[in-house]
Design a binder for this molecule. Sequence first.
Ligand code: IPE
Ligand code: IPE
Ligand code: MG
Length: 254
Amino acid sequence: MRRKSRDLFNLVKEKEIPEHIAIIMDGNGRWAKKKRLPRIAGHRKGVEILRDVIETASELKVKHLTLYAFSTENWKRPKPEVDALMSLLVEFFNKEIDELHMNKVKIQAIGDISKLPEKAKAATIQAINKTKENNGLQLNIAINYGGRAEIVRAIKAMIQDVHSGNLSIDSIDQDLISDYLYTKGIPDPDMLIRTSGEYRISNFLLYQIAYTEFVFTSSDVLWPEFNRERFLESILEFQGRKRRYGGLSSKGDK
Ligand code: IPE
Ligand code: IPE
Ligand code: MG
């Protein structure tokens, strides 16, 4: 570990570690363009750097890391790019699963994985099954995920349960809605990072981010450049925030 990164790690470690970090990994295409490479080279590099991010989160004892890998809107991209992204997902699991498993990482998917190409679906299910007993970092990979699609799915499931007599309308409250989402059992993200200078949510975790702290990097930091130091700096920024949840700061705070 380089010195700066070790100092940063220690600084972060002294303060409260976010329990759940969500990341919109954006800017792969622009990174590739900057380097005069095909877009897919940006995606490849973006997957490679995941290793550092996952390892750092594990070392910090973050409980949940949720990564936006493919949105319900990303199907609009040219087929060769979609195919390449799906192949990279398979490659990621093939290459990394043993080490992830050894490090007790538990893999979960959020999103409608039933619509994935066969190989990508099989690799995802295999990774989930292999790591399901692990008690380390829970890595939630959002694949074919969209916040609005998730809410539609939840509403349909709730109505079905009401019809079948398994749910009474009176018992519907905010926590129950959470339980109908893909993220059932996962606490809401404490912080959400988006790289590449895009200041939007792009349909990610809409219900879950009500009180999440946002950390947006400038356009100088594209996802393939998001290294351990930048990750630690983002967490440090989060640790400097005062969360109020609509109430007042505790005594002594400004
Ligand atoms: C993020 O990078 C990766 C995915 C959406 C899968 P982009 O591919 O969106 O990169 P830019 O935004 O075009 O630079
Ligand atoms: C969001 O990035 C989706 C992922 C990172 C997987 P996009 O690049 O698809 O979002 P927009 O199109 O800029 O909003
Ligand atoms: Mg993008």
